[in-house]
Design a protein around this ligand. Structure first.
Ligand code: SAM
Ligand code: SF4
Length: 497
């Protein structure tokens, strides 16, 4: 090994080892398996006590999570679904936050066996967007009414951290008049889904003003991880396991974890996610901002997964989302357009808080694909291709308010500050104000007539409710809301409290 390769290896090792507690990784597979075996009970009261604990917005212990995962009684599951809905209302109220994925490059040096972008998939058409193309894609997304995107990159020297920073700046640069001429649109929060990085690179990302940094562990089972990632930088399980710890070290405190469901036993992966969340909280005082639970989808050149015994059916999927909702009541849960509309509706009801719509996951697809899916150009196939307007209309008809709020990150309400608000159940109420303002903007600038009618009804209901909360009146927030609302109605934009 050359000296520089050797010293890079040492630096890398140090950036992993500094997060060990008593020399141990926070994932202990034997311990997880043991808990899943031993935490089983026929005592319904024991389970009901755990449900009550999460309803009082407390994080559950791994033993408690394992006990919930092992419930077989359908009556208890019904109680858990109801509890999930109740917790969501308490912490996040009736809001759904929207985002759009923006795939910038599918060049990749890794060999992930489940992903269409893997380097040895010769069927995949490769492309990296130029900055001009990033802006063009952003314009289409802005024209749909979105205010936040998640930029996605394969792992490759040509899409390194400098390319990422340039593309994020390009996204922030776009400002476009809205189609109906009332205002303008722009992206106000750029989240990032990218490979694990060194602390130094993560500082660069922080400095460009990202929202959330997201890395999925895929599977917490080490041996399987090694089989699924046979070569390339991603083959290092522990470099990935501590990627978000390094992000905290670099000053990024808005973090997102996830596992790719369908690779291994779903109960094991839920336990892995919980240990991950607890370790971040233990070491930094801040848990993950969101958790994702993508299910594996058909991808170009991959045939090996559809008959796997670990494929998660819809009923188990709802269960795993519910347990996550109960286990970490203050953490956002993301459900993406990988899933069908029916599945998305089901899991929104038990606790999801963020979703995407009008999504295109082909590189350059927003400006070039006419909304059609193209297996050889995208990472995998999507299950929900409905437009943002359509999804928002249906949610509004169901009394759910869409939020495009990005105020938290821009006012410094991130990390421990947002966790404090969430845990105190204040965020749910406070964010209602910004949800109303950003939803009003959307309805005036982008909505179809039907969506506008459904949305205005929800807004009036929300304003009435806010007016009845003494805290908002006493602290002048109701007045601030109404003043801001009037300004937006007259054409001012991007006002937040
Ligand atoms: N290259 C980076 C990485 O691997 O972390 C980020 C981009 S990668 C496209 C984002 C995520 O897509 C992966 O973490 C994985 O969980 C998910 N993914 C890959 N193949 C998938 C498939 N066939 N179905 C569903 N999700 C998939
Ligand atoms: Fe590359 Fe990420 Fe796909 Fe793996 S999951 S092949 S690293 S883009």
């Amino acid at each position: 090994m050359s000296v520089s390769k050797w010293s890079n290896q040492v630096i890398k090792q140090n950036q992993i080892d500094k997060f060990l507690i008593n020399g141990k990784d926070f994932i202990d597979e034997e311990k997880i398996s043991e808990k899943l075996k031993s935490c089983k009970t026929n005592d319904k009261n024991h389970i009901r006590n755990i449900i009550e604990k999460s309803k009082s917005i407390q994080t559950l212990t791994p033993d408690e999570v394992a006990s919930l995962l092992n419930v077989e009684d359908e009556e208890l599951w019904e109680e858990m679904y109801e509890a999930g809905a109740e917790i969501k209302r308490k912490v996040y109220d009736n809001r759904i936050v929207f985002f759009a994925p923006l795939y910038c490059s599918n060049l990749c040096v890794n060999g992930c066996r489940y992903c269409g972008f893997r380097t040895n998939n010769k069927e995949e058409k490769r492309r990296r967007l130029t900055m001009k193309e990033v802006k063009k894609e952003t314009e289409v997304i802005v024209d749909q009414g979105h205010k936040r995107v998640i930029v996605v990159y394969g792992e490759h020297p040509l899409s390194d951290v400098d390319y990422m920073c340039d593309s994020i700046k390009a996204v922030y640069d776009v400002r476009k008049k809205s189609p109906n001429g009332n205002g303008y649109g722009n992206i106000r929060r750029v989240n990032v889904n990218a490979a694990p990085m060194s602390t130094e690179d993560l500082v660069k990302l922080k400095n460009v003003g990202i929202g959330t940094y997201q890395v999925f562990q895929e599977t917490y089972n080490r041996n399987l991880y090694e089989y699924l990632h046979p070569f390339g930088p991603k083959s290092d399980y522990r470099w990935r396991l501590y990627s978000l710890h390094r992000a905290m070290d670099a000053g990024i405190d808005d973090l997102a974890i996830g596992a790719l469901f369908g690779l291994y036993d779903w109960k094991f992966e839920v336990m892995g996610l919980i240990y991950h969340a607890l370790d971040l909280e233990k070491q930094f005082g801040i848990g993950p901002h969101t958790i994702s639970f993508p299910r594996i989808m058909p991808a170009s050149g991959t045939t090996t997964f559809s008959d796997s015994k670990y494929i998660v059916n819809d009923a188990d999927f709802k269960k795993l989302v519910t347990v996550l909702r109960l286990a970490v009541p203050y953490t956002g849960l993301i459900i993406t357009a990988r899933e069908s509309p029916k599945v998305r509706d089901d899991v929104i009801n038990v606790g999801c808080t963020q979703m995407d719509a009008s999504s295109i996951i082909e590189i350059g697809g927003y400006s070039q694909s006419n909304g059609m899916q193209n297996k050889e150009k995208q990472q995998f196939m999507l299950g929900d291709t409905r437009s943002l307007d359509e999804v928002i209309k249906l949610l509004a008809q169901n009394d759910t308010i869409t939020s495009f709020c990005t105020a938290g990150y821009r006012c410094g309400r991130t990390g421990d500050k947002i966790m404090g608000l969430l845990k105190g159940c204040i965020e749910g109420k406070f964010c209602k104000l910004n949800a109303v303002l950003t939803f009003k903007e959307y309805l005036d600038d982008y909505a179809s007539l039907e969506t506008k009618v459904a949305g205005e009804r929800v807004i009036q209901k929300e304003i009435e409710e806010i007016g009845n909360i003494p805290y908002f009146k006493e602290h002048g927030l109701y007045k601030q809301l109404m003043d801001s609302y009037d300004k937006i109605a007259k054409g001012e934009r991007d006002i937040y409290l």
